[in-house]
Design a binder for this molecule. Structure first.
Ligand code: ADP
Ligand code: MG
Length: 343
């Protein structure tokens, strides 16, 4: 049985900048099981770092519920929140300079947070060496940072994040400044930590290919969870001629991007889909054999046209027929393609 380790419900974060209110998270629902490795993707400014900062106890939400491993991060007093951040969370940031001290060598960097936490003695060095071995840097322990590659520095940063036995690992674009091969070794390191050592890990990434490296990818749009990409292992029969003795099954990973419904049944429909079908304000929901169809509210549009008295424009506003090719919007074409392939 899996156990819910992170629970965000209706999470809201509003930043006050001068007289303006900046809504970074608007009612986000998100859960993560213990031991899961989750990727978080989304456009710049969608609220990914805000979510990481809240889960890491660096920032407080404005409203909603947020619990991590039984800690209520909204209600917890400051002193306890600081303790939570120091003891339960390991951070890995995009710039290795934010994670590491440049004039110390790898092992000294990993020892530093233990010293800050008040640990003494030989134990620290042993643990630091152990952690560097875990992240695959056994032969680089005494190198100084400038002697290490970008990927190696990020792996030292991961070891630093683990120094104080956290239960939650948060990485905010850890592969943002490395090439794709190096990114793979970083992902592999996170996989080892999650699978073999039982960490719960969230990785924010710009890389759409992250789905191949994690258990699940969630996409954030406008401060809300919009979709999840999950891996489905599909078995295909190698031998199609029905020869039972020769039939062999092959497993192939496929990725399905699924829209997320919150507990109230709300979904976030991508803006480009709405624009393409000219759906604004209201829509018609239709039950079909396969599911639920969202159509533009035709009557509302007619009324609108009448008010404008602009009949020439009316045809443009009418929804296109479902079979019509829609070359303008890549996302919609992809969506329609997916639907027609199913049939
Ligand atoms: P992402 O990490 O997905 O790029 P962020 O979480 O950093 O997005 O930001 C989400 C939104 O909140 C953005 O519009 C950003 O400008 C705003 N924001 C983030 N941090 C602050 C802050 N400290 N003060 C004011 N606005 C902020
Ligand atoms: Mg960010």
């Amino acid at each position: 049985m899996s156990e819910e380790f992170i629970l965000c419900e209706g999470l809201v974060k509003i930043y006050q900048v001068a007289d303006l209110e900046m809504v970074a998270l608007q009612g986000l629902h998100f859960t993560v099981d213990k031991g899961e490795l989750v990727g978080i993707v989304g456009a710049s400014g969608s609220g990914k770092s805000t979510l990481m900062n809240i889960l890491g106890g660096l920032d407080r939400p404005t409203a909603g519920r947020v619990r991590v491993g039984g800690n209520d991060l909204l209600k917890m007093p400051d002193r306890q929140l600081n303790k939570y951040r120091r003891e339960e969370v390991g951070f890995v940031w995009q710039q290795s300079t934010r994670n590491l001290v440049p004039y110390l060598n790898a092992v000294q960097n990993v020892i530093l947070p233990m010293t800050l936490a008040g640990l003494t003695g030989l134990q620290k060095k042993r643990r630091a060496e152990e952690l560097l071995e875990i992240v695959g840097l056994a032969d680089r322990m005494h190198h100084h940072l400038p002697e290490l590659s970008g990927g190696e520095q990020q792996r030292v940063a991961i070891a630093v994040a683990l120094a104080n036995h956290p239960s939650l690992l948060l990485a905010d674009e850890p592969t943002g400044e490395v090439d794709s091969e190096t990114a793979k070794t970083i992902y592999r390191t996170f996989q080892t930590l999650t699978r073999e050592l039982g960490f719960t890990t969230l990785i924010v990434s710009h890389d759409p290919g992250i789905a191949r490296h994690v258990d699940r990818v969630v996409a954030i749009r406008d401060g809300m969870l919009a979709s999840e990409t999950i891996r489905q292992s599909v078995s295909t029969e190698m031998n199609a001629n029905g020869d039972a003795t020769g039939a062999e099954e092959a497993h192939e990973d496929q990725y399905a991007e699924l829209v997320v419904l919150d507990r109230a049944g709300r979904v976030h429909v991508p803006q480009e889909y709405l624009e393409h079908f000219d759906i604004r304000g209201r829509a018609q929901l239709e039950i079909t054999e396969d599911g639920i169809l969202i159509r533009p509210a035709v009557q509302t549009q007619t009324a609108q046209v009448k008010v404008n008295g602009d009949s020439a424009d009316a045809s443009k506003r009418l929804p296109p027929r479902p079979q019509q090719p829609v070359p303008e919007t890549k996302g919609v074409r992809k969506l329609l393609g997916r639907f027609s392939r199913k049939k």
